[in-house]
Design a protein around this ligand. Structure first.
Ligand SMILES: [Zn+2]
Length: 327
């Protein structure tokens, strides 16, 4: 492990980004779901191995979902982590507000303490998690009788997309926002008509997040099998993504900076690894291993066009950051 990390230092040489640290994370038996996510969110030596033992212990104590040695889902863990972070940050922020003139303690450097002028305590706090990951979706429903359009907004920290064989993120996003007809047993209650009516529904992005997290639904429950199956479908994800399903039809540009990869053929066994772009270098993280890699590695995680090919290293969660438009 030590050899591997000094190899990385050697490979980066002069180009090793100042102040940056690249650490592997030890696996304590089925904790790679967690390691692969932590690599993306986290980072006096430049390289090495960390054993996130206390983190795992705390995680298992707090949530029984993660207590067993059964395979765990990295997407569930990411959600849990983000929600837990929001809870902690909101509590901290509230505690700071309740302490009058808390100038003596400067420890909370990352919370918006001097918040909104209307000290309404109902208003949820805006934490850095929200600033990074939160976007707003609008659920537009049009009553087919009176044509009234009802907008309902909901916030999201990531988008979960259904996937199809031989497709791309762009087409998955298009499907996500495609118009759906509500009829038969699934009618919509129109306030204007005061009755259940046929309607058309579609989801659009109203506020784009700074970091767009896309979760590919690779684990699908198959009724006939009575269990979950992993879909190794080929879904192309570009390095530069245009987000087009927005309310105001503006296209937003994103750049891929991390991919969390599920390795293995089934949902109940397997492994997680990740590739992360840092200071224009792509790095490969596999528990305690950290290595330099190439941008071209990303495309090896698209999936496979044939069902029974040997390639089971599939992009599972994609992390895109918004890029300022140059034009
Ligand atoms: Zn109506």
């Amino acid at each position: 492990m030590g050899a591997a990390s000094s190899r990385l230092e050697k490979a980066l040489g002069e180009q090793f980004p100042e102040g940056e640290r690249y650490f592997g994370l030890e696996n304590f038996g089925n904790t790679c779901y967690c390691n692969s996510v932590l690599q993306i969110s986290n980072q006096k030596k430049k390289t090495g191995v960390i054993a996130p033992k206390r983190f795992i212990q705390r995680l298992k104590k707090q949530n029984e979902l993660f207590r067993s040695y059964m395979h765990q889902d990295a997407h569930e863990f990411l959600n849990f982590l983000l929600n837990e972070l929001v809870d902690i940050l909101e509590k901290e922020c509230k505690a700071n507000k309740e302490t009058p003139q808390n100038s003596s303690s400067n420890k909370s450097s990352n919370g918006p303490i001097n918040g909104q002028p209307n000290g309404s305590h109902k208003e949820p706090e805006t934490t850095w998690v929200h600033k990074c990951f939160q976007g707003i979706l609008t659920n537009q429903t049009k009553c087919l009788r009176c044509e009234t359009v009802t907008d309902r907004d909901e916030t999201f920290l990531d988008l979960s997309l259904d996937i199809e064989q031989n497709s791309s993120i762009t087409s998955c996003l298009k499907n996500f926002s495609s118009t759906e007809t509500l009829n038969a047993e699934d009618k919509f209650f129109c306030d204007k008509c005061c009755s259940l009516q046929e309607a058309q529904k579609r989801m659009k992005i109203k506020k784009q997040p700074n970091i767009l997290v896309i979760h590919l639904k690779r684990f699908k429950y198959i009724e006939q099998l009575g269990r979950y199956k992993k879909l190794t479908y080929r879904v192309v994800f570009p390095l530069e993504l245009k987000l087009m399903n927005t309310v105001d039809n503006s296209d937003l540009e994103y750049s891929l900076f991390a991919v969390l990869v599920h390795v293995g053929s089934g949902p109940n066994h397997g492994h997680y690894i990740s590739v992360v772009k840092s200071h224009n270098h792509w790095l490969f993280f596999d528990d305690e291993t950290v290595e330099m890699t190439d941008e071209s590695m990303v495309q090896t995680f698209f999936g496979s066009a044939q069902e029974f090919s040997g390639n089971t290293d599939n992009g599972y969660i994609l992390f895109y950051e918004s890029v300022a438009k140059t034009s």
